[in-house]
Design a protein around this ligand. Structure first.
Ligand code: PEP
Length: 259
């Protein structure tokens, strides 16, 4: 990985809703219709919805010709084959998905995904022109032991090995201790990790897209969105209700909202 911190990302500011294993086809349809009925957002923003795999066909139907994007929370790296229970990146592409989460800490912890597996997924998604959002972050023990930078560096060097189009990567820094706990990372913690990640990943003339995730909500997004260089957020619980998600988007600082 080259060290260069110059340039701009080609993606807009993203508000990514990770619904995990919540919602069914009917509630996904109701959600999108509810969002579409709300008054126009104060500033143009890009919502990306990550629904459970069994409901993705609803997003494909409801978001045709929409400025909002959608994607899967995980996929396999092969297009087809004997991989019971997996999602094909080729089929995601055929359905119209433009984004996919990879390496979420719940996938790593509960489903034992390794850096090597995540790396293969990133490669496969890039081959299909689907935007990977690579999740990295340390757990509480690692933070207390002052290993956060090293942990994230190890994760990224494994995941981004032999991937030359780093400008097409979106990295979400999601400290495990902040996910679903109500303990949001501090401005300083996000800033220094952002600098570390950008230093590790930036390529000549362009930089990667940097997101933060972990207990972002309507109240704290204003302060978080003022952090220079943060290009969006990955949001779990606070994205489950359409009105809360909409309100959260209204609370972005104007300078960020239009990016
Ligand atoms: C997540 O699961 O990626 C996440 C950020 O969740 P929450 O917003 O609930 O912490």
């Amino acid at each position: 990985m080259e060290s260069n911190n110059k340039g701009t990302s080609s993606l807009p500011f993203l508000l990514c809703a990770n619904w995990k294993m919540h919602k069914n086809p009917d509630s996904v349809r109701d959600y999108i219709r509810a969002i579409n009925k709300l008054p126009a957002l104060k500033y143009p923003k890009r919502f990306i919805f990550f629904a459970p795999a069994l409901t993705l066909f609803v997003l494909a139907e409801e978001l045709v010709n929409s400025s909002y994007g959608w994607g899967a929370q995980n996929c396999h790296f092969e297009d087809q084959g004997a991989f019971t229970g997996e999602n094909s990146p080729l089929v995601l592409k055929q359905m119209g998905a433009t984004y996919c989460l990879v390496g979420h800490s719940e996938r790593r912890q509960l489903f034992f995904e390794s850096e090597e597996m995540v790396q293969k997924k990133v490669k496969s998604l890039l081959n299909h022109s689907i935007q990977p959002i690579v999740c990295v972050g340390e757990n509480i023990k690692e933070r207390k032991n002052k290993q956060s930078f090293q942990v994230v560096e190890n994760q990224l060097s494994g995941i981004l090995k032999n991937i030359d189009s780093l400008d097409r990567i979106c990295v979400a820094y999601e400290p495990v201790w902040a996910i679903g706990t109500g303990k949001v990372a501090g401005v300083e913690q996000i800033t220094e990790m952002q600098e570390h990640i950008r230093h590790l990943c930036a390529t000549e003339g362009k930089t990667l897209h940097f997101l933060y995730g972990g207990s972002v909500n309507e109240k704290n997004i204003k302060e978080l969105s003022q952090i220079p260089g943060v290009n969006g957020f990955l949001i779990g619980s606070a994205s489950l209700d359409p009105l809360s998600f909409f309100n959260l988007a209204q609370n972005l600082v104007p300078a960020k909202a239009g990016i």
